[in-house]
Write a protein that binds this ligand. Sequence first.
Ligand code: FES
Length: 142
Amino acid sequence: MNQRQSLEPSDTAAVREMLAGTGYAEKAIEYYIRKVFMGDMPDADQVSEMVGSCGDTMKVFLKVENSIIKDIKYQVLGCPGAVSSAMAAAKLVRGKDLKYARTINDNDIFSELEDIPAQKHHCIQLAVKTLHKAIDEYGNGK
Ligand code: FES
């Protein structure tokens, strides 16, 4: 059972309240709660993984056709900032070409999230670095 399934409505309200209280914008909270791009992808064309400076781990799955990211999923073993950042990164690059996706940076994710606590900005970096690693490895045929 994933976290989304295990949350009762009242729990979700409590999580929203906690995150809002620690500095997450409503949009960042939505990404965390909904987890639209979370999961694995058995037929992925590229799977890449990265461990952040905090020890948290992200894995990204890409489905690519004619240099377009047709689908993207993340698996995240990490904090709400990591989950929100990964979901925002996926939203920004799904349906876009690889070249564009490689230019996505920390500021783009921060703008998409609207706000997360300052001490969580390295979580954004992890989402971006994992995505860039996957694009580079896909380009290198790894
Ligand atoms: Fe590790 Fe957020 S604390 S990614």
